[in-house]
Design a protein around this ligand. Structure first.
Ligand SMILES: O=P(O)(O)OC[C@H]1O[C@H](O[C@H]2O[C@H](CO)[C@@H](O)[C@H](O)[C@H]2O)[C@H](O)[C@@H](O)[C@@H]1O
Length: 269
């Protein structure tokens, strides 16, 4: 796998896409934690960086050229509450299992339902993951509409490793999809991933080009779904199939701001 190119190379590639009407609309699909919002010990403290909020608003002023989406592992409730994004943005939550569109007031949302069998497995997962966390300092359980996540960011390394190993074992027995992200093991009773969700949205929109940015292993599904021509951006260190890399979320905000300027300039002729 070749080393990813830097942010300057992506900036140039984005400007080329803006200049070519055959590549419109450009779908901009962004991960939330670690990409738009710096990682936090407390997931409820996460917020989109102020420069990214401003840039996303500026991008939303060009709906014929750019479409915005968040592509997140967060539950839809969490994502809508925490992510400050403009109306028209598509929210894909629970790693693709939930989908909605931000409206002027509220959310246009498809209701997600589970079969009895899936609900039973989700209930079983909740109990087993609580047992994984019990007695382990800094390990805690997050319940989502179709998944259960075991968080280990606050635990010491040995405790985190043991909890993640046990959570993966539970996932192997009860899960339909098991994701091992940054200091989290998430087990879903649905077989969803960001790649399938992104492919569906891309086809619906008829996107001529796609920018997709993410920081975690779960974002690799999305990178692979738009390879080889997709403008794929890895945020931070770690192995990746993405074509481009930047160090941190502020660089993503800066790239989005530059894209907005390019769109303003193109619109002004
Ligand atoms: O796909 P994402 O938008 O990146 O969501 C993935 C998970 O994000 C959250 O956990 C991660 O961020 C937390 C806040 O910075 C951090 O404390 C945790 O260690 C990270 O794994 C969220 O809590 C999960 O539900 C998401 O699946």
């Amino acid at each position: 796998m070749p080393d990813p190119l830097d942010g300057a190379a992506l900036r140039a590639a984005l400007r080329e896409a803006v200049a070519d009407p055959a590549r419109h609309p450009l779908l901009v699909a962004l991960d939330f934690d670690g990409t738009l919002a710096p990682l936090q010990d407390d997931p409820q403290a996460s917020r989109v960086l102020p420069d990214a909020v401003t840039a996303l608003r500026a991008l939303a002023a060009h709906p014929r050229t750019v479409r915005l989406a968040l592509l997140s592992g967060r539950s839809m409730g969490d994502l809508h509450r925490l992510a400050e994004v403009p109306p028209g943005t598509v929210l894909i939550g629970s790693h693709g299992a939930e989908r909605a569109r931000v409206a002027e007031h509220g959310l246009d949302r498809a209701v997600m339902t589970l079969t009895d069998e899936q609900q039973d497995r989700l209930d079983g997962l909740g109990g087993e993951m609580q047992a994984v966390a019990r007695g382990r300092d800094g390990v805690w359980v997050e319940s989502k509409p179709a998944a259960v996540a075991v968080h280990t960011r606050m635990a010491d390394p040995a405790t985190a490793e043991a909890a993640e190993r046990d959570a993966l074992a539970v996932g192997g027995r009860l899960g339909s999809a098991v994701l091992h992200g940054k200091k989290v093991v998430e087990v879903s009773v649905l077989d969803a991933d960001k790649g399938a969700a992104l492919s569906a949205l891309r086809a619906e929109i008829g996107a001529g080009a796609v920018l997709v940015a993410g920081d975690d292993v779960t974002d690799e599904h999305a990178f692979e779904a738009v390879a080889p021509e997709g403008l794929t951006l890895k945020v931070g260190a770690g192995p990746t199939s993405a074509r481009f890399r930047v160090p941190e979320p502020q660089d993503v905000a800066d790239l989005l701001a530059d894209l907005a300027v390019a769109l303003d300039e193109a619109a002004a002729g």
